[in-house]
Design a protein around this ligand. Structure first.
Ligand SMILES: CC(C)(COP(=O)(O)OP(=O)(O)OC[C@H]1O[C@@H](n2cnc3c(N)ncnc32)[C@H](O)[C@@H]1OP(=O)(O)O)[C@@H](O)C(=O)NCCC(=O)NCCS
Length: 147
């Protein structure tokens, strides 16, 4: 598929599209997000992948301090999956991260696609939170990477 991909930071005009993509991407209620809460907060960063005017992917991260970052959520429109969109956004996020930075995240243990993606980016599994997700029931894997 030929995608004219643009990677950029989100702005307040993107909030509705981000909420829609988030809603379409997750069943689990704890994964549902309201992006209006993050858009103006300096410790949150939202990277967007767009094709023309359509938002087809997002990556939401939180900076806990200068060298501890958390991946809160990542999603790609199902029509554009497996085209390298998530990888593009993750690469953009990791670019320019200082040495000794730590990136942490939680992912449902049955979410093979996300786990494979993170492993591809050299994240390791550090631990497991039993029965963390309720609908559907699942454990959370705790993953991290040090740059
Ligand atoms: C996980 C997700 C973000 C991946 O997005 P994507 O744009 O399709 O990912 P990419 O195309 O960049 O894939 C990069 C690599 O990740 C792995 N991967 C991605 N999807 C995969 C799948 N369905 N099965 C196995 N490996 C997969 C592969 O190693 C892939 O490389 P390859 O295509 O060369 O084999 C996407 O599937 C998604 O939106 N899922 C629903 C939301 C979600 O679960 N988010 C994560 C939890 S916060």
């Amino acid at each position: 598929m030929k995608i004219n991909l643009k990677i950029r930071k989100a702005n307040k005009f993107d909030v509705d599209s981000l909420n829609k993509l988030n809603l379409e991407s997750f069943n689990e209620s704890t994964m549902k997000l309201d992006f209006s809460k993050f858009i103006d907060k300096s410790n949150y960063k939202i990277i967007i992948a767009s094709q023309k005017i359509n938002i087809i992917g997002y990556l939401l991260t939180l900076s806990h301090d200068n060298n501890l970052f958390e991946i809160i959520s990542i999603a790609v429109d199902s029509f554009y999956k497996r085209e390298g969109i998530a990888s593009n956004m993750l690469s953009e996020f990791l670019r320019n991260k200082k040495g000794n930075s730590k990136i942490i995240l939680e992912v449902a243990s049955r979410n093979e696609s996300a786990i494979e993606l993170y492993k591809r980016f050299f994240f390791n599994i550090d631990g497991i939170r039993k029965n963390y997700y309720k609908y559907p029931p699942d454990d959370a894997l705790l993953m991290s990477r040090i740059i």
